[in-house]
Design a protein around this ligand. Sequence first.
Ligand code: CP
Length: 328
Amino acid sequence: MSTDPSSIVQRDPEGRLRHLITLEGMRHEELTALLDLAQFYVRAPGDLPARDQSLAGHTVANLFFEPSTRTRVSFELAAQRLGADVVNLDMQSSSRVKGETVLDTIYTLQAMHADILIMRDAEPGLPAYTAAFVAPHVCILNAGEAHLSHPTQGLLDALTIRQHKPDLSKVRVLIAGDIAHSRVARSAWHALAGLGIAELRIAAPDYLMPKANEFPGVTRYTDIDRAIEGVDVVMALRIQRERMSSAHIPDEASYHRAFGITAQRMRRAQPDAIVMHPGPMNRNVELASELADGAQSVIQQQVTNGVAVRMAVLATIARNVQARRQIR
Ligand code: CP
């Protein structure tokens, strides 16, 4: 199964987005159009959520073979608010645990007219692999692929940053924590690079730093106090123990002292810097609890934006499928 992004087919023959597998290589205009549509779907806290019928007649299936709270629920709400039928496959009770292949699961859902399949799995390359086998009207959306890619998270992170710092060409972003195992970091990098961010820094202890050939153009730090100096955005990441065969991680208190984002460290960033975390969060490990709940935190806004971004992606994909149907 190839994981080479250049081999991933996520466009139809006319070049429109059909599947969403990765943000890598996506053009500025295309990213901006998705963020603009997502912004259209954002509503203030307390207001009723946005709704339309962009997905009327479609059936969306959530296939989450790894745990999720935010991504699964927000895809479900997004699809419902766009008028789709939605089914959620419970990973514990699906026939995959009896040995059914993912392709057979997908063919089964396809036979029931599910036409937008949202997939999270620990296996690298699975979304692109399945995308190559589905029927021409069926779309695969990657909701988290191993350590490699989480495109809608990258989009919601970019949208959140843009809401606070509209001129991305002047914004310095730090992503700190377990970069080596983070699909969030990779998709944030793809989105922010495509949108022309001024500077992206990654900071991790040696044992959580990605390979030297990864993240070209990004500045690497192993000293968190130097990394955070003067940045406009600080994104903290959880240690992904589930992706480590042998962990060499110190205890949580030692990690927090050595590498956690604390209020004291945060004072080195710009005074109006924002604090982000994709969730789920381990309080007082990668991020001090007082910062997570503090005035600089935009963590709940990231969650709200997640629904809007997923509505934008679903509406865009459905529109592109419809356009393709009209050609044929
Ligand atoms: N950020 C994120 O992917 O969270 P979930 O695992 O809860 O979906």
